[in-house]
Design a protein around this ligand. Structure first.
Ligand code: ZN
Ligand code: ZN
Length: 354
């Protein structure tokens, strides 16, 4: 009976030699192959190193910033430590963590997936050791380490309070951008207002350079660098650099007198200033030395109400005192009763700005 023996042989070939259940090719079935394979491995413990000062984390010997809450961090850490072979389909890991002490936690981990068509499950326990270590940045900050100072000064005057605030804001913005881009050692260790301006002590030459460049870009002026040799380490010369920022003598919005005419400063680079004429609005550049007098700044101007007009004379009400005054309007300027005009009070007259 050839048909029956053929049937028997096929049955024999297609059963698992270990468990007797059907197998595809007569070898071990999926369940027996899966049972034989170590498809995951877990370390007994993982160590997490954090800086108590700033919360940075040490990963593979390098300090990195982290905004991630501790719970999420622990989950990631444990998941990264578990190795699952690539043959597993749809692997899944669930972790539940409980603290044993202030510096020890335990993670109960359950792993599941599909291997050779069979669902598989496993579990393990991983101890998490929380270690505290001062990071490179905090240890530099606490050790008063610095690589230079950005000195903000102004030419022929003391920087104005708003310039000081501006420079400080720019410096902080540069620091934030550098730190969040991974430049951990580009910190500001101190900002101090001095008699002549602002001193910004910095942790790296990179941040010094960037702060000086940014201040000059936004506020005008120039900067020069002055390195000073402070010693040698491992055959390398160590320098501290002073970045000397000089804000221009005149700043944007200053009202200056040039050749008997008032002008508003638009920009200044420390050599020339660009002004717009108060009367006719014409713009021109003049060397700084040609400025006859600094009268004030448009920020100090106030809005006055026009009460009457007679020819080129108008009456205005001082918004502060309510006092009524007269002043002349430059030809071409519009000012009718009921209008509000900006006026800068100089030492001896009211200067109509428009
Ligand atoms: Zn089997
Ligand atoms: Zn730190």
């Amino acid at each position: 009976m050839p048909k029956s023996s053929e049937f028997k042989r096929r049955i024999r070939e297609n059963i698992c030699p270990r468990c007797g259940r059907p197998s595809e090719d007569g070898g071990l079935c999926g369940a027996c192959r899966a049972a034989q394979l170590r498809w995951y491995s877990c370390p007994a413990r993982v160590v997490s190193i954090c800086c108590p000062g700033c919360g940075a984390r040490k990963e593979a010997g390098l300090w990195v910033e982290t905004e991630v809450p501790r719970e999420e961090l622990t989950n990631t850490l444990v998941k990264q430590a578990i190795v699952i072979i690539p043959e597993i389909h749809d692997p899944d890991i669930t972790i539940s963590i409980h603290d044993k002490s202030s510096n020890r936690s335990v993670a109960d981990c359950r792993m599941s997936g599909t291997l050779f068509g069979e669902p598989v499950e496993g579990s393990c326990q991983i101890e998490i050791v929380w270690q505290k270590e001062q990071c490179d940045r905090c240890s530099r900050v606490s050790g008063s380490y610095y690589e230079g100072v950005v000195q903000v000064r102004a030419t022929g005057r003391k920087p104005l309070p708003r310039e000081i605030r501006n420079a400080e804001r720019i410096a902080r913005e540069v620091e934030e951008a550098l730190i969040s881009s991974g430049e951990r050692l580009s910190f500001i260790s101190e900002i101090e207002e001095t008699r002549d301006g602002l001193d910004i002590t910095i942790g790296s030459q990179r941040i010094g350079q960037e702060i000086a460049t940014a201040i000059v870009r936004v506020m005008g002026g120039r900067y020069t660098t002055h390195p000073k040799l402070i010693g040698e380490r491992a055959g390398k010369r160590l320098y501290r650099i002073t970045y000397s920022v000089r804000l221009p003598k005149y700043t944007k919005g200053d009202i200056v007198m040039v050749h008997g005419r008032y002008g508003e400063v638009q920009s200044a680079d420390g050599r020339d200033i660009r002004i717009s004429d108060i009367r006719d609005g014409q713009q021109r550049s003049v060397p700084e030395q040609k400025v006859g007098a600094l009268v004030g700044n448009v920020r100090d101007a106030a809005e006055y109400l026009v009460t009457f007009r007679e020819g080129d004379t108008i009456g205005v009400l001082d918004p502060g005192t309510g006092e009524s005054t007269e002043c002349r309007i430059p030809p071409g300027m519009r000012a009718e009763p009921g209008d509000r005009v900006r006026i800068l009070r100089t030492a001896d007259e009211l200067l109509l700005l428009g």
